[in-house]
Design a protein around this ligand. Structure first.
Ligand code: TXA
Ligand code: MG
Length: 315
C-alpha cells in the first residue's frame, strides 16, 4: 500500500540536513512548535515569503511572525527595549510574540511585515524547531500552517490535511502542547496585547510591573480584524444543540455523556481546554457534523484566549 503521508518525516540528523537545505533553497516546510504547527520559510528571502502568502491564500496586509533562536540572533533586525528584555527573560523561549520596531538595516523581507515599520518576533519552544533555528543563519517567517481564516494545526497530520503534498517536508513533532497560538504583545509604545494566549495579561502586567494599554486600535493588529479560526462549519456559542448531527463542546463536569458531546477538560482546567480546542473542532468537522454548539467558557486566564478564538470562529 502506498503511504499517503510520505511527506511527513520523523526527526533525525538526516532530515535536519534535508530541512535546512530545503529552507536555504527558498522552499517551505511544516514544523512543530509548542503552540501550533507553523509553515516556515526563510524570512530574508522574497521568494520564500511570496510562497507563504500564496499557499496560505493569506491577504498581503497581514504580516507574519519572524522566529529566532534567541535575542542575540534577533538583535540586528529589531530595536529591543526594556519591556522586551523583561518579558523575554521571563517567558522566552515560549508562547509569546513581541511587536518591536524594525531596525534600519534589518534583512527581514518587507513583504513579510505587510509594509509596516514594525516586526513580530517569537522564540518558539519545541526541541525540533530550536535545533533547526540554531543551525541556520536566517530567521523563519512562520504563520500557522493552515489556509487563511481556518483552524490552526496541532499535529503533522493536520498540516497534511491543509496542504497535502504541496509541502515537500512536514516534520512530525507530536501534538503541540499549548494548542493555541502565542500571545501577541505590542511593545512599540505602552504595552498592549493584540492577541490573547495562554500567557495572560495578568502575568505580563506582573512581569512588567506596569499596566497595559486597553486602547482599541484597528491598524495595529491587521490579522485580528476578520473572521478567523473557523472550522468551516457554523459555531454557536452559549447554546446546546437539539439535533444529533450537531456537536456540542463543553467544559467541566456539568454535562452528561453523549455521542455528539465533547469535553475540553473534565477537571475544568482552562489550560487543558485551550490545548484541546482546535483538535476537538477539527475532529468534529471531520466526523461530518453540520454545526458546533459550545457552552460558555469562563473568561479568565487561558479562557480569554479561548473565547477570543471562539468569537471569531462564530462570526
Ligand atoms: O503561536 C504562534 O504565534 C504561531 C506559531 C506557528 O509560531 N504563529 C502564528 O502566526 O499564529 P499567524 O501568522 O497565524 O499569526 C500572526 C499574528 C497575526 O494576527 C498578525 O496580524 C500578527 O501576528 N502580526 C504579525 N506582525 C505584526 C505586526 N508587525 N504588528 C501587529 N501584528 C502583527
Ligand atoms: Mg494563523
Amino acid at each position: 500500500m502506498k503511504n499517503i503521508y510520505s511527506n511527513i518525516y520523523s526527526f533525525n540528523r538526516k532530515i535536519l540536513k534535508k530541512t535546512i537545505n530545503h529552507l536555504k533553497q527558498g522552499n517551505l516546510v511544516g514544523l512543530p512548535t509548542e503552540t501550533v504547527y507553523g509553515l516556515a520559510g526563510n524570512a530574508y528571502s522574497k521568494i520564500a515569503i511570496r510562497k507563504i502568502y500564496k499557499i496560505k491564500r493569506r491577504p498581503k496586509y497581514n504580516p507574519l511572525i519572524i522566529h529566532f533562536f534567541n535575542a542575540k540572533s534577533a538583535s540586528r533586525d529589531v530595536k529591543m527595549n526594556k519591556d522586551f528584555f523583561k518579558l523575554y527573560k521571563k517567558f522566552s523561549p515560549g508562547p509569546i510574540t513581541f511587536i518591536l520596531k524594525k531596525s534600519k538595516n534589518s534583512k527581514i523581507n518587507s513583504l513579510s511585515t505587510g509594509g509596516l515599520n514594525t516586526v513580530a518576533i517569537r522564540f518558539p519552544d519545541h526541541k525540533i524547531i530550536r535545533k533547526i533555528l540554531r543551525n541556520i543563519n536566517f530567521p523563519l517567517a512562520m504563520p500557522s500552517a493552515n489556509l487563511s481564516k481556518g483552524l490552526s494545526p496541532v499535529n503533522a497530520k493536520d498540516v497534511f490535511e491543509e496542504f497535502n503534498k504541496k509541502l515537500g517536508i512536514i516534520i512530525n513533532g507530536g501534538n503541540s502542547k499549548i494548542g493555541i497560538e502565542s500571545t501577541v504583545i505590542d511593545l512599540t509604545g505602552k504595552p498592549k496585547i493584540l492577541r490573547p494566549g495562554v500567557i495572560s495579561s495578568k502575568e505580563i502586567k506582573n512581569s512588567l510591573k506596569k499596566s497595559l494599554s486597553l486602547r482599541k486600535s484597528k491598524i495595529k493588529s491587521p490579522g485580528m480584524l476578520k473572521k478567523h479560526y473557523s472550522p468551516g462549519i457554523p459555531v454557536i456559542i452559549g447554546k446546546k444543540p437539539k439535533e444529533s448531527n450537531h456537536a456540542f463542546i463543553f467544559f467541566g463536569k456539568n454535562f452528561k455523556k453523549k455521542e455528539n458531546y465533547y469535553n475540553l477538560s473534565k477537571n475544568g482546567n482552562l489550560k487543558e481546554a485551550a490545548s484541546n480546542l482546535y483538535k476537538t473542532m477539527r475532529k468534529i468537522k471531520n466526523k461530518g457534523y453540520k454545526k458546533i454548539f459550545i457552552s460558555k467558557i469562563p473568561n479568565v486566564g487561558p479562557g480569554v484566549a479561548i473565547n477570543d478564538r471562539l468569537i471569531r470562529a462564530s462570526k
